[in-house]
Design a protein around this ligand. Structure first.
Ligand code: ADP
Length: 574
């Protein structure tokens, strides 16, 4: 029989009745709105579908303080994580928030009214104290503390919610289940014992072995229940992870395991988070819950020490085991034994037995370089998914920005480089040259003022960064006389994740550029009929830290192209 929900009753706050839903939507039109952020959206979804049972809304002051200080709601029910809705003084004033008022909580993506909150109280809270009590330290190295400092406003609004409709998802809709749906599924397939596995990382063989071992120990089935809401900044994106989980599922004996996604916003609160995770899995119908090493660990604090001990989470869950009513399955670190080609928890490995592990850092390095990832560590199908999302450098896009005066040779070098890269193959090559860009992409203003020039270089940078994100070799050759515009392009490329940006300063002296100018452009700039011309009436700000400096009076075009290729080679891009 499936586990009873936390607090005894599964909350299911979504309006099923079409008339009720319509009347709530109608009412929401005349109510003040709060557009939820990503974390609040995740919280609301799990409040409404019962994942956070017994919660029925965002915590009022009494519940919040009680949870913060004692891990209990005012009712006495165990609950380890404050679930709060933050607002600013300005929100309170402009929305006229007061006890008793009703507010529509909206999905910012499609503006749908998801719920109506009846305000119970609005209260100030102490961020530092909350960090100390809940996260264990008011240290911005903790992702939740950093998040709170940056994003959380100064008041909380407490109150019950009346759910209107669940947020609409477009990804992996078929493997998203509410607690009620998952419970119904377990019933249908006659799973009486279900061991849930929480994860925010791609799963490899160690995790498969760990979950199967847990199933064997308890004669249970396995629920792979990965978090697809917010996780730790820098984690593998959930799209990639879910593809990797889907690739892993066939490695379980048929019928043993199922995959369902959990729209949770993690707090990385280690022990408190483990208790919270256990409560959530119990609500989803699991009877057992795996807590391994460093569960929901946030990493190191500002002193370089771990925030929590590796098994603190297991300890706290054990402390509350009598009232959690979901059995923890504790695991020590799983490690590989090459001698017998199997995984075992470290505490079961006989002394002196050789072991092997590949750390997360080492795995990322191997993905980056394309180095082999052994079969004992993962599965070919899983590695394939990861390699598609993290292509080795040879397959990553990059941007080469050639900057320099008019007629310095930028275009000639760009075209020659494009030919050489096309001969090399493996990527599509995009050329973004001055005139063509001006004609086809258009330009901002008449491109005379420094502001216009800056804006135009940024728009080229945007296109270049997007193309490189898709894996192209991009060669752009605007004059780009301003340091700030070049920095903006560098930042844009960095924001794609690759950061493969190369600034090549074509430093051919102006005398040469002017002398060989057969179209008379310098002449027009000198006599004033052409304004905003770099090197004449607009300063060309010499790049201070380009990746490469080349000069057409010192080197031939093939030599320059070769120098650029050599620069790319230092980064293993060719
Ligand atoms: P998080 O705990 O933040 O969700 P993971 O996805 O890495 O992070 O881990 C999911 C669960 O699996 C946790 O309970 C963790 O302790 C456990 N776990 C992960 N890797 C191992 C391992 N090699 N040995 C034992 N437990 C592990």
């Amino acid at each position: 029989m499936a586990n009873a929900p936390h607090g005894g009753q599964l909350k299911d706050l979504v309006a099923r009745d079409a008339h009720l839903r319509e009347s709530l939507i109608e009412e929401s039109r005349s109510l003040p709105d709060i557009y939820l952020n990503e974390r609040q959206l995740c919280d609301l979804e799990l409040i409404c579908n019962g994942g956070f049972s017994p919660l029925e809304g965002f915590m009022n002051q009494a519940d919040y303080e009680s949870v913060r200080d004692t891990l209990r709601l005012k009712s006495g029910d165990l609950f380890s994580m404050p679930i709060t809705l933050d607002v600013s003084q300005e929100d309170i004033d402009s929305l006229k928030l007061a006890a008793g008022s009703r507010i529509a909580l909206r999905d910012p993506r499609d503006e749908a009214a998801l719920a109506i909150l009846t305000v119970e109280d609005i209260y100030r809270f102490d961020k530092a104290l909350e960090a100390e009590r809940v996260m264990g330290a008011d240290d911005p190295a903790h992702p939740s503390v950093a998040y709170a400092r940056k994003n959380v406003k100064e008041f909380y609004v407490g109150g019950k919610v009346q759910a209107v409709q669940p947020p609409q998802h477009f990804d992996y809709v078929d493997i998203r289940f509410t607690p009620a749906e998952l419970r119904a599924h377990f019933k249908k397939v006659s799973w009486r014992k279900v061991v849930a596995f929480q994860t925010r990382n791609p799963m490899h063989r160690a995790h498969r072995e760990l979950t199967v071992r847990a199933a064997r120990q308890h004669q249970a089935n396995v629920l792979i229940h990965p978090v697809v809401g917010l996780t730790k900044p820098g984690d593998v994106d959930h799209y990639t992870r879910v593809r990797a989980y889907q690739a892993l599922m066939p490695k379980y004996p048929n019928g043993m395991a199922t995959l369902a996604l959990l729209p949770l916003a993690m707090r990385m609160a280690g022990p408190r988070e483990a208790v919270w995770h256990a409560i959530i899995r119990k609500n989803f119908g699991a009877t057992h819950f795996i807590v391994g090493r460093d569960h929901a660990g946030p990493g190191k604090n500002s002193q370089g020490k771990d925030f929590y001990g590796p098994y603190d989470a297991q300890e706290l869950v054990t402390k509350y085991k009598d009232e959690l009513h979901i059995e923890m399955v504790p695991f020590q670190m799983m490690t590989y034994l090459p001698g017998s080609d199997e995984y075992q928890p470290v505490d079961e490995v006989p002394k002196g037995t050789p072991t092997a592990d590949i750390s997360g850092t080492e795995l990322r390095k191997r993905l980056r370089t394309g180095a082999a990832i052994p079969d004992w560590f993962s599965y070919e199908a899983v590695v394939k998914v990861l390699r598609e999302s993290y292509p080795p450098r040879l397959k990553q896009g990059f941007v080469i920005l050639l900057t320099g005066l008019h007629n310095s040779g930028k275009d000639t070098i760009a075209k020659a480089l494009s030919v050489v890269l096309q001969q090399q193959g493996g990527r599509s090559v995009s050329l973004l040259l001055g005139e063509a860009v001006r004609q086809d992409l258009g330009s901002i203003g008449d491109d005379v003022t420094a502001e216009d020039k800056d804006a135009n270089v940024r728009r080229i940078g945007f296109v270049a960064a997007e193309l490189s994100r898709a894996g192209a070799a991009v060669i752009a050759a605007p004059t780009a006389p301003l340091a700030k515009s070049r920095q903006a392009v560098r930042d844009l490329v960095a924001s794609t994740g690759s950061g493969n940006y190369f600034e090549v300063h074509v430093s051919t002296p102006i005398e040469h550029c002017e002398k060989t100018d057969r179209r008379g452009v310098y002449k027009r700039a000198r006599d004033g009929s052409l304004k905003g011309f770099a090197g004449v009436d607009l300063e060309y700000e010499t790049p201070s830290k380009p990746e490469l400096v080349v000069d057409l009076t010192q080197m031939t075009v093939p030599e320059i192209v070769h120098a650029i290729i050599l620069t790319l080679e230092t980064q293993s891009l060719v």
